[in-house]
Design a binder for this molecule. Structure first.
Ligand code: NCD
Length: 337
């Protein structure tokens, strides 16, 4: 990557919060991809830490279970030399009746600069971001997944993973132009699918959604995706297949007859992947339910599966986002390479 080129884009960055990708511009995607590539290079060095966010405080507030997202946000903040404040809903003063906004204000009073929030209810990160702006705190809010609404950093790390497969030297949006991406499974309850739709369509990819009609509503065609209620048309000649977990914790009724039947119709297997392009790669945001949305055989095949690579990319991508939202360009460290 050319350093000067990266500087130009980084300096244009204005965004203080990352709440959704709905209004993300192509150059913003490219900036995240470029900065993430720089940080990925840092993470492959012997000394994996840079002083970019030294003295800054990153609070990680999770009101919902998580392994990957929480762990990688925390590690990303630490690799940037920020101090981290970890907060779990079950062991906080929320259990004593404090509101979420008062909890957020408490964290601001401790000197928090960036707040990473996951909540089961859509709109909570937006609400906190509004409050941060209203009270002129200058605190940046990152949505780490809110209800079924959005999970922007997951889509950004998926984008980074796909773009680096296509061009490891210079991951950028345009390499996905015209590629076919099949997203299979519980699209209805998936914030990951919604955020990926924004980034993939911005890249000019062809997005095909597949699953039972109860889990893949026809309305998604209005957003620009193609909807299939059988697997074959989605998989045929696909460049990437993204399997999604059945989000049973978000299902209020009976959306599928049984897990076995779902697997028989929509499970990703080696035989079914033969319909795709020969170089097809498989993604899954995790957590996976082996034997339901995909077989262990395909998930554990390193030539096929990008699942571990997604997790690895997650740290570099979240470092990039934290760095940019903290006003990276204005306090540019001399350590980016
Ligand atoms: C996803 C989530 O929580 O939205 N996982 C993740 O963040 N890696 C998807 C899921 O829960 O199935």
């Amino acid at each position: 990557m050319v350093r000067a080129e990266e500087d130009t884009l980084t300096h244009l960055w204005q965004r203080r919060h990352l709440l959704s990708l709905a209004d993300f511009q192509p150059w913003e995607y490219d900036t995240v991809l470029q900065v993430a590539a720089s940080f990925e290079a840092v993470l492959s060095r012997r000394t994996k830490k840079v002083p970019a966010l030294q003295g800054k405080v990153v609070a990680v507030l999770f009101f919902e279970s998580s392994t990957r997202t929480r762990g990688s946000f925390e590690l990303a903040a630490k690799r940037l030399s920020a101090d981290t404040l970890n907060f779990s809903a079950g062991t906080s003063s929320l259990t004593k009746g404090e509101t979420i906004l008062d909890t957020a204000k408490t964290l601001v009073a401790m000197g928090t600069d960036l707040m990473v929030i996951r909540h089961q209810q859509a709109g909570v990160p937006d609400l906190i971001a509004e409050e941060m702006d209203r009270s002129h705190t200058g605190v940046g809010v990152l949505n780490a997944g809110d209800g079924q609404h959005a999970h922007p950093t997951q889509a950004l790390l998926d984008l980074f993973t796909m773009c680096t497969v296509l061009d490891p030297e210079a991951p950028r949006l345009e390499v996905l132009q015209g590629k076919k991406v099949a997203i299979v499974g519980d699209v209805r309850h998936s914030r990951v699918a919604r955020s990926n739709l924004h980034s993939l369509l911005a890249a000019g990819a062809e997005v095909h959604l597949a699953g039972p009609p109860t889990l893949v509503p026809e309305g998604f065609t209005e957003l620009g995706a193609q909807v299939h209620w059988s697997l074959e048309p989605a998989l045929r000649d696909a460049d990437f297949v993204m399997a999604l977990r059945l989000q049973q914790e978000r299902m209020a009724g009976h959306f599928i007859p049984s897990l076995r039947e779902y697997h028989q119709q929509f499970g990703i297997t080696r035989e079914r992947l033969a319909l795709c392009k020969p170089a097809v790669r498989l993604l899954h945001p995790g957590p996976t339910n082996r034997g339901v949305e995909l077989t262990s055989d395909v998930m554990d095949d390193p030539h096929l599966s990008l699942v571990s690579r997604q997790v690895t990319s997650g740290v570099a991508v979240r470092m990039a986002v934290l760095y940019l939202l903290a006003g990276g360009a204005s306090e540019r460290p001399a350590v980016m390479r």
